[in-house]
Design a protein around this ligand. Structure first.
Ligand code: NAD
Ligand code: IPM
Ligand code: MN
Length: 342
């Protein structure tokens, strides 16, 4: 979080806009101290903000239903952030992991408030020989339709191709309904080429031919899994950003990396800050500062292209060293090129 905030502060100063951070220690330490991730009026405290910038949470030893369901999930739901937009791009200087693809540019549009993440029916029946857990998946026409429409609009702006991730061949009864609603929305977009691809085959295609993918609309769980997979294919899950959007802008949107709290490397100073920085760029873009957003993505891309990377990308830099190189690029402004650095 701190290096990403430093980048945003630097850009704000140069571009002449103000950023007021209201920092909140709504984390696992707070939970251990006060018994809750955030105060009971936490959502109200954020409601008049322009955006929420979140660092990943989750601690070994504290159940995820406390850390995630006590902070991230309520924010997504209370602020009706029904779209989770997750770009994957092959950055200059990086190679795709398993294929020869020399260009990857994918937008996963993940349905973000319903589907397999429904709270309805979630129950574990214990204390009997045949213990069981049940959870309903909820797909509403309105929920699928608005995710599909967002994805179609994005496909229009990006040149016309859309894949719908499905699983309607199995006995997952909700997926033929998903297909039906996506097809209904498709009728409004006759120029868009829509492909319905089974999620299992789509996962394999994402590894072997990521350059054949453009905009993908997916349910909550499928989109969650696909976005980690695709970012790893493009280098590392440490670089992937995520925008949890309330498209109507009735409530603030939330910007965070795709990855989690990486407990296996926590405190070592080696985490890749790009996912958090890129999420910051998506926030700037959302708030009408597309110029500053581009400067930020250009800056970390130039550092990576010059061969300076963190360990997850095969380099040796720590979080601070890498971040300082990005800040240095930002200080130099936009004239500085990759070749000059070499
Ligand atoms: P994770 O994403 O935290 O880590 C998976 C692997 O990726 C680990 O090896 C980790 O070291 C590596 N990694 C992740 N981010 C990295 C970065 N920036 N730089 C370099 N390497 C990085 O997934 P996990 O281990 O399954 O989850 C850990 C915790 O995070 C769990 O409690 C989980 O629920 C939580 N989580 C939180 C969020 C969120 O707050 N938005 C998202 C996902 C997972
Ligand atoms: C993500 C995360 C969350 C999700 C978890 C931590 C609840 O994996 O943002 O991708 O599944 O949505
Ligand atoms: Mn995830």
């Amino acid at each position: 979080m701190p290096p990403a905030m430093e980048c945003i502060d630097l850009l704000a100063a140069r571009h002449g806009f103000d950023v007021t951070w209201r920092e909140r220690d709504w984390n696992s330490e707070r939970y251990l101290r006060d018994g809750a991730m955030m105060p009971s009026d936490g959502i109200e405290q954020m409601a008049d903000g322009d955006g929420v910038f979140l660092g990943a949470v989750g601690s070994p030893g504290i159940p995820d239903d406390v850390t995630l369901w006590g902070l991230l999930i309520p924010i997504r739901r209370e602020f009706m952030q029904y779209i989770n937009l997750r770009p994957t791009r092959l950055l200059n200087g990086l190679s795709a992991r398993a294929s020869e693809a020399d260009s990857i540019d994918i937008m996963v549009v993940r349905e973000n408030v319903e589907g397999e993440y429904s709270e309805i029916g979630g129950r574990v029946y214990r204390g009997r020989p045949d213990e069981l857990a049940i959870q309903e998946a909820i797909f509403t026409r309105r929920g699928v339709e608005r995710a599909a429409r967002f994805a179609f609009e994005l496909a229009v702006r990006r040149g016309g191709r859309l894949i719908s991730a499905t699983k309607s061949n199995g006995i997952i009864h909700s997926m033929p309904f998903w297909d039906e609603v996506v097809n209904d929305v498709a009728e409004e977009y006759p120029k868009i080429e829509v492909e319905s691809v089974l999620i299992d085959a789509l996962a394999a295609r994402g590894v072997l031919r990521p350059d054949s993918l453009d905009v993908i609309v997916a349910s909550n769980l499928f989109g969650d899994i696909l976005s980690d997979l695709l970012s790893a294919v493009a280098g590392s899950i440490g670089i992937a950003p995520s925008a949890n959007l309330n498209p109507e802008r009735e409530f603030p949107s939330l910007f965070e990396p795709v990855h989690g709290s990486a407990p296996d490397i926590a405190g070592l100073g080696v985490a890749n800050p790009v996912g958090q920085m890129w999420a910051g760029a998506m926030m700037l873009d959302h708030l009408g500062r597309g110029d500053a957003a581009r400067e930020l993505t250009d800056a970390f891309e130039r550092v990576i292209a010059a061969g300076h990377t963190t360990r997850d990308l095969g380099g040796t830099l720590g979080t601070r060293e890498f971040s300082d190189a990005v800040l240095e690029q930002l200080n130099k402004g936009s004239e500085f090129t990759i070749s000059e650095r070499r």
